[in-house]
Design a protein around this ligand. Structure first.
Ligand code: ZN
Length: 158
């Protein structure tokens, strides 16, 4: 591999405070989305003086998951936004309107939605969720074919 280092990883090198606590993983097609979210979270933290820790960034069930901890007053536990499906977002209590936490959640949601519109491998428009060896993935036809995946629309199964 002689590819240039992704701007995402250059950013993480330069901003160790934004490196996730827990190892995760996702395809390079989502790097830009993750980078933009990290920059926004960093800017929000600087603007408000509230610490925002990145707990984990990973792919799960074909979607991007970005887990954060917002050290805002009344923050009693690690917080996470879990988007089960498009349009279904679970928010942990305490994200009152206008709070730093709510603004951070909005950044996370935006990134997760943006990732859903990109092939995890190359960033192209991915089409519906696919089946790759029994795993759900967000991948375009070309990348899926390279991986030997099955171009089946998971919405049509089950
Ligand atoms: Zn692709």
């Amino acid at each position: 591999m002689s590819e240039e280092k992704s701007p995402l990883y250059l950013f993480l090198d330069a901003n160790p405070a934004m490196v996730p606590d827990i190892p995760g993983g996702h395809g390079d097609g989502w790097n830009d989305v993750v980078l933009e979210a990290l920059k926004k979270l960093q800017a929000l933290s600087v603007e408000t003086g509230v610490g925002i820790k990145i707990r984990q960034i990973k792919e799960k069930f074909g979607g991007l998951r970005l887990y954060i901890q917002v050290d805002e007053e009344d923050s009693l536990e690690d917080l996470q936004v879990v988007q089960q499906t498009t349009g279904h977002v679970r928010l942990t209590p305490g994200a009152s309107a206008g709070s730093v936490r709510e603004r951070a959640y909005a950044i996370v949601r935006e990134a997760e939605d943006a990732a859903a519109a990109r092939c995890e491998t190359c960033g192209a428009s991915p089409g519906p969720l696919r089946n790759l060896g029994g795993y759900r993935c967000r991948m375009c036809d070309a990348c899926l074919a390279k991986r030997g995946g099955e171009a089946r629309d998971l919405r049509e199964t089950r």
